[in-house]
Design a protein. Structure first.
Length: 369
């Protein structure tokens, strides 16, 4: 090592020690599975891809190999396009389904309608036609409330349907329900998008492979979520019907979702999906939600308002109790009017976390009494 190399290493080591941990890792929350850190196996995969140079903008070997990984799960026709985040994935996917005058039918509670700051309409330039749904799920009958007026130039043409798996209300579609929606939509000349930000949780809960309730059920394009399943960042737009869904690579760039160092996004999904890490992470998160459901059922003053089908628990408590509890654990009010709250579990939620949270709920309710 030359003296210059030694000085460089010394400066690097000094800079590394400048960074200080700014949070207490023992503090846990139940606001979102996005609050969790990165799974250690994902961190190791990022480090594995870090040495040396690789071609930028998706021409790297990791992104090339990722195609075979997604084909294994979704079929030989599947095409995978990594992007930065879930909103970007939905915007890119929906743009690919519609002409300028097109509209997409979605549940009123859908994430693309209530949680993306209008991005599908403002960035993608499409119209959302929403339908009220008590459980967050669409049916052929609900779709028909908005599936009309294709020849009316005064109305945006409903040319796509978007469903979420899981829904924003934590509910799941069976493969049969997805197939019924796709057949109904296709018969009316509409394509189908699936928002799969928690697709792994759905597969773990249903005990079915991804392909059964996506490709084989007739979905044309989906957004596959990784961040909520243990990744640092990254989602993938998965084209399942290349004959109908085209030009993703141009739309991805135009929507500012093309990563220059894409290998670091792609290698995460390779680590997640090549083995069973995705299933372990999702299955554990679902199990912790079930444990929380069982714990709070036994607490007087807690009303569970929705079925726990994946990793979300919805409940109503006295508002003052929820507000005090929020000072101890982060979570969100889901419905400000009714006082309904949402508790989310993640891959790193422990049984001790659940037990401590349930004890805190009982304690705060006891104070209220």
């Amino acid at each position: 090592m030359t003296p210059r190399d030694a000085r460089t290493d010394a400066r690097t080591d000094a800079r590394a020690t400048d960074a200080q941990r700014r949070h207490d890792p023992a503090v846990r929350g139940f606001a979102s599975d996005n609050y969790a850190g990165i799974h250690p196996e994902i961190l190791a995969a990022i480090a594995l891809a870090n040495d040396g140079h690789q071609i930028a903008y998706g021409e790297d070997q990791y992104t090339e190999h990722l195609q075979s990984v997604f084909k294994k799960h979704f079929g030989e026709q599947a095409e995978a396009y990594p992007v930065f985040n879930g909103t970007g994935a939905n915007v890119v996917a929906l743009q690919a389904l519609l002409p300028r005058w097109g509209a997409v039918i979605a549940a009123q509670s859908a994430h693309i309608n209530v949680d993306e700051c209008g991005a599908p309409e403002k960035v993608a330039g499409i119209k959302l036609l929403t339908v009220p749904s008590l459980d967050g799920k669409l049916t052929p009958e609900l779709i028909d409330q908005q599936a009309w007026g294709w020849d009316d130039e005064h109305r945006a043409a409903p040319l796509a349907v978007s469903i979420a798996q899981n829904t924003e209300l934590g509910t799941l579609y069976t493969a049969e329900e997805v197939r019924a929606i796709c057949e109904h939509a296709h018969e009316r000349g509409m394509l189908v998008h699936m928002d799969g930000s928690r697709l792994a949780n759905a597969a773990a809960s249903l005990g079915r492979p991804f392909r059964e309730f996506t490709t084989d059920a007739g979905v044309d394009v989906l957004s596959y979520g990784g961040t909520k399943n243990g990744l640092l960042l990254g989602e993938v737009v998965v084209v399942l019907n290349p004959e109908k869904v085209r030009n993703i690579k141009y739309l991805r760039k135009m929507s500012m979702q093309l990563a220059s160092k894409m290998r670091f996004v792609s290698v995460q999904f390779e680590a997640l999906l090549t083995g069973d890490l995705w299933l372990r992470n999702a299955g554990h998160a679902n199990a912790m939600a079930k444990r929380l459901e069982a714990a709070v059922k036994a607490i007087e003053g807690v009303t569970l308002v929705r079925p726990v089908e994946a990793n979300a628990v919805f409940a109503i408590l006295p508002r003052e109790v929820s507000e005090r509890l929020q000072k101890r654990y982060r979570f969100y009010f889901w419905n400000e009017h009714t006082g309904e709250v949402r508790w989310m579990t993640s891959f790193d939620t422990t049984e001790a976390d659940i037990d401590a949270f349930a004890a805190a709920i009982a304690e705060e309710l006891g104070r209220a009494a």
